[in-house]
Ligand binder design. Sequence first.
Ligand code: NAP
Length: 167
Amino acid sequence: MILIAAVDKSWAIGKGGKLLVKIPRDQQLFLEETLGKTVIMGRKTFLDLPGQQPLYGRRNLVLSRDPDFSPKGVTVCRSIEEVLEKLSGIPGDEIFVCGGEGVYRDFLPYADKAELTKIDYRYDGDRFFPNLDEDPDWKLTQESEEETYFDLPFSFCRYERVRGGVR
Ligand SMILES: NC(=O)c1ccc[n+]([C@@H]2O[C@H](COP(=O)([O-])OP(=O)(O)OC[C@H]3O[C@@H](n4cnc5c(N)ncnc54)[C@H](OP(=O)(O)O)[C@@H]3O)[C@@H](O)[C@H]2O)c1
């Protein structure tokens, strides 16, 4: 299972229910990586998608405990266990965890890779990704050259689990 996110210097991912910034290269790579695969997200992340529509060309699993939440084109799951049941038989490299904060945290033990766009700027975020630099179970294994979006520097980083985790 792969966690995928864009994080700032403080590992922030969002504020007020919105992304911190939309970087076209990041969004393009997100599309390329996830197309044809299964994506998992929380209800609030789903509500922040353009038009509150499922991500096209992907199987969308959305977590919510709200019995009235049943948007078209997504599979609503009421618990982590229900998500794990739905994932049975799907190869781990075809499953992407797309946020938000609690969903990343809850699936961290099941993940063996994280594809992160690291933005070299500190926003005033209110949602965060787990700090993998402080987690001895994870190691930074790849980092791209720095790119810029206007004057905003960012790079693509891969972290891999080096120990622990639930298989
Ligand atoms: N930078 C990035 O890459 C990135 C990626 C994703 C999201 N974000 C940002 O993160 C923010 C949204 O994330 P968030 O942390 O506020 O919310 P979220 O994780 O997207 O959604 C939280 C909701 O998901 C449901 N949920 C979560 N865990 C569950 C569980 N174990 N069982 C059943 N339902 C569960 C609950 O819905 P109910 O209340 O309906 O029960 C909960 O209120 C936004 O600012 C968004 O833009 C950023």
